[in-house]
Design a protein around this ligand. Structure first.
Ligand code: SAH
Length: 220
């Protein structure tokens, strides 16, 4: 990777943010998020045959029929969480661990769940090798969340759920944000921002049309 590759990726994200500003309600993302996007080497998270495309602003295959999201979507979803350095964040859908690495630079602790054992193990090894240390990985069904470490300051789901899982709302702290694509598999879905206020009231807003691999609901 070269500095020019990363600079181009960052410029592409910035222009797509501007292009979608009417939908996402802002024309620039949090500079802390953009700094994290600049520092995580995306080429280390994608397989050899697609490495040359690692800094293009598009999704890429990561094996096992799964994909790593487009950098713009990773940046936008991270921004929507409004992460503070003291936060503990739950991620559903570890995949390659790329989004996990971005989160780990912005918060105190990341807990991440993946249902495909091989992907989870590879991501854990990769994150350790790249020295991201504030991350706990597990293999499981994200529809159920990870009750052991709940409640979380923020929850991010990186696969399309058929509905907003009740368990994730329960495991969200008052004042916390849940970012989740909702809709039918392989169709256009809606990226939702679910806010729980200090009184525990839920507010749901649809932000953008997106396409994600499905969040599968099978016992593990
Ligand atoms: N955030 C990832 C990309 C995730 S792709 C990255 O940056 O690379 C979505 C991932 O969600 C896939 O790896 C898929 O196996 C996983 N997944 C699908 N259903 C799940 C479920 N119910 N629980 C946990 N993970 C799930």
């Amino acid at each position: 990777m070269t500095n020019d590759d990363i600079k181009r990726m960052i410029a592409d994200i910035e222009s797509e943010v501007k292009f979608t500003r009417n939908m996402i309600g802002k024309s620039a993302l949090d500079p802390r998020v953009m700094k994290a996007m600049e520092s995580v080497p995306r080429d280390k998270f994608v397989p050899g045959d697609v490495k040359s495309a690692a800094f293009y602003n598009g999704p890429l295959p990561i094996g096992d029929g799964q994909t790593i999201s487009q950098p713009y979507i990773v940046a936008l979803m991270t921004d929507m969480l409004s992460i503070e350095p003291s936060h503990r964040i739950l991620e559903i859908g570890t995949g390659s661990g790329y989004q996990t690495a971005i989160l780990s630079l912005l918060c105190k602790q990341v807990y991440t769940i993946e249902c495909i054992a091989a992907l989870s193990k590879n991501a854990a090894a990769r994150l350790k090798e790249l020295k991201y240390s504030n991350i706990e990985t597990t293999i499981g069904n994200g529809y159920k969340g990870w009750p052991e470490h709940a409640p979380y300051d923020g929850i991010i789901v990186t696969a399309a759920a058929s509905h907003i899982p009740e368990a994730l709302i329960e495991q969200l702290k008052p004042g916390g944000n849940l970012v989740i694509p909702v809709g039918e598999a392989y169709m256009s879905q809606e990226l939702m921002l679910v806010k729980k206020d200090e009184q525990g009231e839920i507010d749901i807003k649809s932000v953008l049309g997106v396409v994600f691999v499905p969040l599968v609901d099978e016992p593990i």
